[in-house]
Design a protein around this ligand. Structure first.
Ligand code: 13P
Length: 212
């Protein structure tokens, strides 16, 4: 089986897992992986992540040209922008998962990091989570705002929209997305109760022992 076929099947498999876990609903969200020649496989626009047909997943060139498959996600341009800025990124997961989207709708004093370091795994898998200003889905201006955030961040939160998580593999992008959603859930579960996020020293130790 070719690498491309294997990756097409992996996108469909992880899409179904995200859907079954309630992290994707309707036709929200999109997934991509980078191929060796710099083109990407990306989920088709208006497709449900739970029921992807591997053979119909779109293939898009680095310049945005559609090479094969169904018409690509309207967000293909922000996927390409992240790959262009992050040479180590091989996969991207964008979701509209409920708790993360709820965080994206709040007013934030510090848009450089919109979730506190509640747990070690959040720090290890997400780190600082910047809020990207709101743009309409599919707007090229959104792709440029995503490009800016991607220079320093593997994960980001689009205002009134949802998270984008890039990683070295599809498996890692999925796991990191799940970790982010769990932290957002904890954030609301804790609410206004006095809480004790990790100290700066604890965060520095995690960054030292588990560099990203
Ligand atoms: P697509 O169906 O075009 O991928 O758009 C879904 C989405 O999540 C928009 O942000």
């Amino acid at each position: 089986m070719s690498d491309e076929t294997r990756l097409r099947e992996a996108i469909a498999r992880y899409g179904a897992i995200l859907y079954q876990r309630g992290l994707a609903h309707g036709t929200a969200g999109n997934i991509s992986v980078r191929l060796d020649d710099g083109s990407i496989l990306v989920t088709p626009t208006n497709s449900c992540l739970g029921f992807l047909d591997p053979g119909r997943i779109s293939k898009v060139g680095n310049d945005g040209t559609v090479l094969a498959g169904d018409p690509p996600s309207k967000e293909a341009f922000f996927h390409l922008a992240v790959y262009q800025e992050r040479s180590a990124a091989q996969a991207i997961v964008h979701l509209h998962c409920t708790h993360s989207v709820a965080v994206s709708c709040l007013c934030h004093e510090d848009t450089g990091n919109v979730l506190p370091p509640l747990t070690a795994y959040h720090v290890m898998r997400i780190g600082k989570l910047p809020l990207v200003p709101y743009f309409r889905p599919g707007d090229r201006a959104l792709a440029e705002a995503v490009r800016n955030a991607a220079r320093d961040h593997a994960a980001m939160l689009l205002a009134n929209h949802g998270p984008i998580v890039s990683a070295r593999s599809l498996e890692e992008a999925v796991y990191n997305s799940e970790e982010l959603e769990e932290t957002a859930k904890l954030f609301f579960l804790i609410g206004n109760r006095p809480s004790r996020p990790l100290t700066c020293e604890a965060v520095e130790e995690l960054n030292r022992v588990f560099p990203s």
